[in-house]
Design a binder for this molecule. Structure first.
Ligand SMILES: Nc1nc2c(ncn2[C@@H]2O[C@H](COP(=O)(O)OP(=O)(O)OP(=O)(O)O)[C@@H](O)[C@H]2O)c(=O)[nH]1
Length: 451
């Protein structure tokens, strides 16, 4: 998981200061020493670390006592605010042309994920913004690049403009612009050539493409796994051709996070999107505040809710919420929910967004145990309608019957019943929590769904 080391260190530091009713200068100094160390270890640019520590220290020493927060909590809030600021503050939206088409140039080094991201971005533009994008294959140097884009286009049912590898990229883009007029494409995304290193020839080519029509966005695609290198690449590309935003790929991997935390500050360009996986729908707008919360272990509830909203039928979600509230949740709802969760994508990704989930031992590398999920389903299907609504009536003879009917054991049945009870308790807690807005959410029983 990205940011794991940083998150762990910062959260440890936070734990120590959290409950303090008084924060002395020495406390702040001690904390900032740890924060500094954590950031350096996460491969954050040194200058950025220095500035960050200075800013937080200045604000944290002598914090006024606010009624709603303890001084310890206030210091944490300052760290969170400054982390958010460091990563750009507000989410930076795509700039669309006033008069279509919007032209987006994708640039970056080889292997950063440029071609893949071109496809992902097109899909996002169609899904979220209702646009009709044209993909342009202008990377004629890497033999497979044109074909790769065509394959992606086919997979997503999106048009790809290509002229093979014998025509110059500038000419390809010129003709693509013409074609987009005929076909009424309102966005053009140009997949340009990558290189192993930044060189003059490539930069000149990019400048020539730029000169045809001023792009509305020039997105630099960088691999977050390359850490400090990503920051240098961003700076060089920006100086050479001028970029308008950065897409950080592979944030789903083991990155220490240094790139995400330094790029904005060093290159002065916003991170607009992050790649969270190899699948075509794994591109997300970058939200600095949510990322800061995630790093500090406050969870990424907003992203989670958004993901849920995208995939869950709203009516059903409301119904479910009502059931949570009135405690009338049954095993039928349980199955329903299991199916909804499955639709949201890999469960392990979702779990990671829950506050405190990083601390559940063994969950770091959690893989959903499909077999166990299947067993749960089988057990529920073996219940009578009455048992599903009022599990209290499930006696030991009924348990025996259910186990037999589902091809499981009595222990399996017992475990599920216990889990169901825990879940109901949690819902009670959650509805209480919504009112108080406090307390961390805990998900009892979830670990049994994992290997
Ligand atoms: N895990 C993960 N893999 C990614 C992500 N984005 C891209 N990749 C993978 O990274 C690899 C390289 O991606 P490409 O799109 O082929 O690279 P490229 O930058 O277009 O390469 P050139 O066309 O030579 O410049 C592919 O295997 C992608 O599936 C991401 O966000 N997460």
């Amino acid at each position: 998981m990205a940011f794991e080391g940083l998150a762990e260190r910062l959260q440890g530091t936070i734990q120590r200061i959290k409950g303090k009713g008084k924060v002395s200068e020495a406390d702040v100094k001690e904390m900032m020493r740890e924060v500094r160390f954590a950031l350096i270890e996460a491969d954050v640019n040194l200058k950025v670390v220095k500035e960050f520590v200075k800013k937080v220290s200045e604000r944290a020493i002598g914090v006024d006592v606010m009624k709603s927060l303890t001084p310890g909590q206030q210091v944490i809030k300052i760290v969170k605010d400054e982390l958010t600021e460091l990563m750009g503050g507000e989410q930076s939206p795509i700039k669309f042309a006033q008069k279509p088409p919007t032209v987006i140039m994708m640039v970056g080094l080889q292997g950063a994920g440029k071609t893949t991201t071109t496809g992902k971005l097109a899909l996002l533009l169609r899904k979220k913004y209702n646009r009709n994008p044209l993909l342009v294959a202008a990377d004629i140097y890497r033999p497979a690049a044109v074909q790769q884009l065509q394959t992606i286009g086919k997979q997503l049912s999106l048009p790809v403009f290509s002229m093979g590898t014998d025509v110059s990229p500038v000419e390809i883009v010129r003709q693509a612009l013409e074609k987009s007029k005929e076909d009424h494409n309102d966005v053009i995304i140009i997949d340009t050539a990558g290189r192993l290193h930044i060189d003059e020839v490539l930069m000149q080519e990019l400048k020539d493409i730029r000169a045809l029509k001023e792009p509305d966005e020039v997105f630099l695609v960088v691999d977050s796994m390359t850490g400090q290198d990503a920051v240098n690449v961003a700076q060089s590309f920006n100086e050479a051709i001028g970029i308008t935003g950065v897409v950080l790929t592979k944030l789903d991997g083991d990155t220490r996070g240094g790139a995400a935390l330094s790029i904005r500050s060093v290159a002065q360009k916003p991170i607009k999107f992050v790649g969270m996986g190899e699948k075509m729908d794994a591109l997300e707008p970058f939200h600095p505040e949510r990322m800061a919360s995630r790093i500090l272990g406050m969870g990424d509830m907003l992203s989670l809710i958004e993901k849920a909203q995208e995939n869950v039928d709203e009516e059903k979600a409301k119904e479910l919420e009502e059931k949570f509230r009135t405690q009338s949740f049954t095993f039928d709802d349980f199955i329903e929910q299991l199916n909804q969760v499955k639709k949201m994508g890999p469960l392990e990704d979702i779990i990671k967004m829950l506050p405190g989930a990083g601390k559940i031992k063994g969950l770091e590398n959690a893989k959903v145990d499909e077999k166990q999920m299947g067993r749960v389903e089988a057990i529920i299907y073996a219940m009578t309608p009455q048992e599903k609504t009022t599990p209290d009536i499930i006696s030991s003879s009924r348990k025996k019957r259910i186990a037999k009917g589902s091809g499981t054991t009595i222990q399996d049945v017992n475990r599920l019943l216990k889990q169901f009870e825990d879940m109901k308790k949690m819902m009670k807690q959650m509805s209480g929590m919504q009112q108080k807005g406090k307390k961390k959410m805990k998900m009892p029983g979830l670990d049994s769904l994992f290997k």
